[in-house]
Design a protein around this ligand. Structure first.
Ligand code: PXP
Length: 240
Protein backbone atom coordinates (compact mmCIF):
# COMPACT_ATOMS: atom_id res chain seq x y z
CA UNK A 1 0.00 0.00 0.00
CA UNK A 2 1.53 3.39 -0.93
CA UNK A 3 2.19 5.66 2.02
CA UNK A 4 0.70 9.15 1.99
CA UNK A 5 3.08 12.02 2.64
CA UNK A 6 1.11 15.16 3.40
CA UNK A 7 2.90 18.32 2.31
CA UNK A 8 1.95 21.09 4.76
CA UNK A 9 3.91 23.96 3.16
CA UNK A 10 0.68 25.80 2.34
CA UNK A 11 -0.30 25.97 6.01
CA UNK A 12 2.87 28.02 6.45
CA UNK A 13 2.03 29.99 3.30
CA UNK A 14 -1.15 31.23 5.01
CA UNK A 15 0.77 32.12 8.17
CA UNK A 16 3.43 34.01 6.21
CA UNK A 17 0.74 36.02 4.38
CA UNK A 18 0.31 37.86 7.70
CA UNK A 19 3.75 37.18 9.21
CA UNK A 20 1.99 35.92 12.29
CA UNK A 21 1.98 32.68 14.30
CA UNK A 22 -1.15 31.01 12.92
CA UNK A 23 -1.91 28.62 11.40
CA UNK A 24 1.04 26.69 12.79
CA UNK A 25 2.39 23.87 10.58
CA UNK A 26 3.14 21.95 13.78
CA UNK A 27 -0.59 21.81 14.54
CA UNK A 28 -1.22 20.85 10.93
CA UNK A 29 1.19 17.94 11.18
CA UNK A 30 -0.66 16.62 14.24
CA UNK A 31 -4.03 16.95 12.49
CA UNK A 32 -2.65 15.22 9.39
CA UNK A 33 -1.25 12.40 11.51
CA UNK A 34 -4.62 11.98 13.22
CA UNK A 35 -6.20 11.74 9.75
CA UNK A 36 -3.83 8.90 8.87
CA UNK A 37 -0.84 10.59 7.19
CA UNK A 38 2.10 8.19 6.95
CA UNK A 39 4.58 10.96 6.43
CA UNK A 40 4.78 14.73 6.88
CA UNK A 41 6.58 16.60 4.11
CA UNK A 42 7.91 20.17 4.20
CA UNK A 43 10.12 22.14 1.85
CA UNK A 44 12.62 24.47 3.50
CA UNK A 45 13.26 26.89 0.67
CA UNK A 46 16.26 29.16 0.52
CA UNK A 47 13.94 32.19 0.40
CA UNK A 48 11.94 30.87 3.44
CA UNK A 49 8.72 31.86 1.72
CA UNK A 50 6.66 29.41 3.78
CA UNK A 51 8.37 26.87 6.05
CA UNK A 52 10.82 28.43 8.53
CA UNK A 53 13.81 26.85 10.29
CA UNK A 54 11.83 26.79 13.55
CA UNK A 55 9.09 24.73 11.89
CA UNK A 56 11.50 22.02 10.78
CA UNK A 57 13.15 21.96 14.19
CA UNK A 58 9.83 21.55 16.02
CA UNK A 59 8.48 19.06 13.48
CA UNK A 60 11.60 16.96 13.94
CA UNK A 61 10.77 16.77 17.64
CA UNK A 62 7.03 16.28 17.38
CA UNK A 63 6.17 14.31 14.23
CA UNK A 64 5.70 10.66 15.14
CA UNK A 65 5.46 9.34 11.57
CA UNK A 66 8.15 9.82 8.91
CA UNK A 67 9.39 13.38 8.34
CA UNK A 68 10.42 14.11 4.75
CA UNK A 69 12.37 17.33 4.16
CA UNK A 70 12.47 18.70 0.62
CA UNK A 71 15.53 20.76 -0.13
CA UNK A 72 17.66 22.11 -2.93
CA UNK A 73 21.37 21.24 -3.21
CA UNK A 74 22.24 24.37 -1.23
CA UNK A 75 25.06 24.46 1.29
CA UNK A 76 23.01 26.26 3.91
CA UNK A 77 19.97 23.98 3.71
CA UNK A 78 22.08 20.83 3.51
CA UNK A 79 23.82 21.87 6.71
CA UNK A 80 20.45 22.30 8.46
CA UNK A 81 19.24 18.92 7.13
CA UNK A 82 22.34 17.10 8.34
CA UNK A 83 21.99 18.74 11.76
CA UNK A 84 18.26 18.01 12.22
CA UNK A 85 18.36 14.60 10.56
CA UNK A 86 14.81 14.08 9.22
CA UNK A 87 14.05 10.47 8.27
CA UNK A 88 14.17 11.29 4.58
CA UNK A 89 15.41 14.15 2.41
CA UNK A 90 14.09 14.76 -1.09
CA UNK A 91 16.36 16.78 -3.35
CA UNK A 92 14.40 19.17 -5.55
CA UNK A 93 15.32 21.97 -7.96
CA UNK A 94 14.58 25.47 -6.74
CA UNK A 95 14.20 28.81 -8.47
CA UNK A 96 13.34 31.93 -6.56
CA UNK A 97 10.83 33.20 -9.13
CA UNK A 98 8.85 29.96 -9.42
CA UNK A 99 5.38 29.61 -7.88
CA UNK A 100 6.00 25.95 -7.04
CA UNK A 101 8.65 23.36 -7.93
CA UNK A 102 8.64 23.31 -11.74
CA UNK A 103 10.06 20.18 -13.31
CA UNK A 104 12.31 17.59 -11.75
CA UNK A 105 15.86 17.97 -10.61
CA UNK A 106 18.35 17.80 -13.51
CA UNK A 107 20.61 15.17 -12.00
CA UNK A 108 22.45 14.75 -15.33
CA UNK A 109 23.43 18.41 -15.58
CA UNK A 110 24.06 18.92 -11.86
CA UNK A 111 25.47 15.49 -11.19
CA UNK A 112 28.43 16.64 -9.06
CA UNK A 113 26.26 18.76 -6.74
CA UNK A 114 23.64 16.03 -6.44
CA UNK A 115 26.31 13.44 -5.71
CA UNK A 116 27.81 15.56 -2.95
CA UNK A 117 24.38 16.18 -1.42
CA UNK A 118 23.42 12.47 -1.52
CA UNK A 119 26.72 11.50 0.10
CA UNK A 120 26.44 14.10 2.86
CA UNK A 121 22.86 13.13 3.64
CA UNK A 122 23.73 9.44 3.62
CA UNK A 123 26.63 10.04 6.04
CA UNK A 124 24.16 11.82 8.34
CA UNK A 125 21.95 8.70 8.27
CA UNK A 126 19.18 10.29 6.17
CA UNK A 127 17.44 8.33 3.40
CA UNK A 128 17.66 10.22 0.12
CA UNK A 129 15.09 10.62 -2.61
CA UNK A 130 15.57 12.50 -5.88
CA UNK A 131 12.62 14.34 -7.42
CA UNK A 132 12.97 13.51 -11.12
CA UNK A 133 11.04 13.72 -14.36
CA UNK A 134 10.17 10.30 -15.81
CA UNK A 135 13.31 10.35 -17.96
CA UNK A 136 15.50 7.21 -18.19
CA UNK A 137 18.75 9.23 -18.18
CA UNK A 138 17.83 10.94 -14.92
CA UNK A 139 16.88 7.63 -13.27
CA UNK A 140 20.19 6.10 -14.37
CA UNK A 141 22.01 8.83 -12.44
CA UNK A 142 19.88 8.23 -9.32
CA UNK A 143 20.86 4.55 -9.43
CA UNK A 144 24.54 5.34 -10.04
CA UNK A 145 24.60 7.75 -7.08
CA UNK A 146 22.89 5.10 -4.92
CA UNK A 147 19.96 7.25 -3.86
CA UNK A 148 17.37 5.34 -1.83
CA UNK A 149 14.35 6.48 -3.81
CA UNK A 150 13.15 8.43 -6.82
CA UNK A 151 10.05 10.62 -6.52
CA UNK A 152 8.58 10.84 -10.00
CA UNK A 153 7.32 14.30 -10.97
CA UNK A 154 3.67 13.80 -11.87
CA UNK A 155 3.07 17.39 -12.99
CA UNK A 156 2.73 16.62 -16.71
CA UNK A 157 0.33 13.77 -15.98
CA UNK A 158 -1.70 16.03 -13.68
CA UNK A 159 -1.89 18.93 -16.13
CA UNK A 160 -2.76 17.12 -19.35
CA UNK A 161 -6.11 15.71 -20.41
CA UNK A 162 -7.29 12.96 -22.74
CA UNK A 163 -4.71 11.08 -24.79
CA UNK A 164 -1.95 13.36 -23.48
CA UNK A 165 -2.70 12.08 -20.00
CA UNK A 166 -2.63 8.45 -21.16
CA UNK A 167 0.79 9.05 -22.69
CA UNK A 168 2.02 10.78 -19.51
CA UNK A 169 0.81 7.82 -17.47
CA UNK A 170 2.62 5.40 -19.79
CA UNK A 171 5.83 7.34 -19.18
CA UNK A 172 5.27 7.08 -15.40
CA UNK A 173 4.68 3.32 -15.74
CA UNK A 174 7.94 2.86 -17.69
CA UNK A 175 9.91 5.08 -15.32
CA UNK A 176 8.44 3.27 -12.31
CA UNK A 177 9.56 -0.03 -13.78
CA UNK A 178 13.10 1.29 -14.33
CA UNK A 179 13.25 2.65 -10.77
CA UNK A 180 12.22 -0.66 -9.24
CA UNK A 181 14.53 -2.63 -11.53
CA UNK A 182 17.36 -0.40 -10.31
CA UNK A 183 16.56 -1.36 -6.72
CA UNK A 184 15.26 2.08 -5.71
CA UNK A 185 11.99 2.86 -3.95
CA UNK A 186 9.29 4.40 -6.11
CA UNK A 187 7.67 7.64 -4.93
CA UNK A 188 5.58 10.19 -6.83
CA UNK A 189 4.09 13.61 -6.39
CA UNK A 190 3.11 17.03 -7.68
CA UNK A 191 -0.31 18.08 -8.87
CA UNK A 192 -2.01 14.95 -7.54
CA UNK A 193 -5.58 15.47 -6.37
CA UNK A 194 -8.77 13.59 -5.49
CA UNK A 195 -9.60 13.08 -9.18
CA UNK A 196 -6.27 11.95 -10.61
CA UNK A 197 -4.48 10.14 -7.76
CA UNK A 198 -5.76 6.61 -8.28
CA UNK A 199 -3.91 5.58 -11.49
CA UNK A 200 -0.65 6.81 -9.94
CA UNK A 201 -1.37 5.08 -6.62
CA UNK A 202 -1.97 1.87 -8.59
CA UNK A 203 1.44 1.92 -10.32
CA UNK A 204 3.22 -1.31 -9.47
CA UNK A 205 5.45 -0.99 -6.44
CA UNK A 206 4.38 2.56 -5.56
CA UNK A 207 5.68 3.26 -2.07
CA UNK A 208 4.99 6.92 -1.29
CA UNK A 209 2.82 9.72 -2.66
CA UNK A 210 3.49 13.31 -1.62
CA UNK A 211 0.45 15.55 -1.89
CA UNK A 212 0.01 19.10 -0.68
CA UNK A 213 -2.08 21.63 -2.55
CA UNK A 214 -5.21 19.56 -3.07
CA UNK A 215 -5.32 18.27 0.51
CA UNK A 216 -4.83 21.71 2.06
CA UNK A 217 -7.44 23.14 -0.33
CA UNK A 218 -10.01 20.56 0.70
CA UNK A 219 -9.08 21.04 4.34
CA UNK A 220 -10.43 24.61 4.17
CA UNK A 221 -13.90 23.08 3.82
CA UNK A 222 -13.79 19.75 5.61
CA UNK A 223 -10.85 20.08 8.02
CA UNK A 224 -7.36 18.67 7.56
CA UNK A 225 -7.97 15.34 9.30
CA UNK A 226 -10.97 14.58 7.08
CA UNK A 227 -9.15 15.75 3.92
CA UNK A 228 -6.30 13.35 4.70
CA UNK A 229 -8.73 10.50 5.50
CA UNK A 230 -10.50 10.97 2.16
CA UNK A 231 -7.21 10.90 0.25
CA UNK A 232 -6.07 7.80 2.15
CA UNK A 233 -9.32 6.04 1.25
CA UNK A 234 -8.83 6.80 -2.45
CA UNK A 235 -5.24 5.55 -2.39
CA UNK A 236 -6.16 2.39 -0.52
CA UNK A 237 -9.07 1.56 -2.82
CA UNK A 238 -6.87 2.11 -5.91
CA UNK A 239 -4.57 -0.73 -4.96
CA UNK A 240 -7.12 -3.20 -3.57
N1 PXP B 1 6.64 16.52 -4.25
C1 PXP B 1 7.54 17.52 -4.40
C2 PXP B 1 8.97 17.13 -4.57
C3 PXP B 1 7.16 18.87 -4.39
O1 PXP B 1 8.09 19.83 -4.54
C4 PXP B 1 5.80 19.18 -4.17
C5 PXP B 1 5.36 20.61 -4.13
O2 PXP B 1 5.91 21.24 -3.03
C6 PXP B 1 4.89 18.13 -4.00
C7 PXP B 1 5.33 16.81 -4.07
C8 PXP B 1 3.44 18.37 -3.72
O3 PXP B 1 2.84 18.96 -4.85
P1 PXP B 1 1.34 19.48 -4.74
O4 PXP B 1 1.34 20.61 -3.76
O5 PXP B 1 1.03 19.89 -6.13
O6 PXP B 1 0.51 18.33 -4.25
Amino acid sequence: MPELGVNIDHIATIREARKTWEPDPVWAASAAELGGADCITVHLREDRRHIQDRDVRLLRETVSVKLNLELACSEEILRIACELRPHQATLVPERRDEVTTEGGLDAVLHRAAVQEAVERLREAGIATSLFLDPDPRQIDVAAELRADAVELHTGTYALTQGSGRDEALRMLVAAGHQIRQSGLALHAGHGLNYHNVQPVAALEGMRELNIGHSIVSRAVFVGLGEAVREMKRLIDSAVR
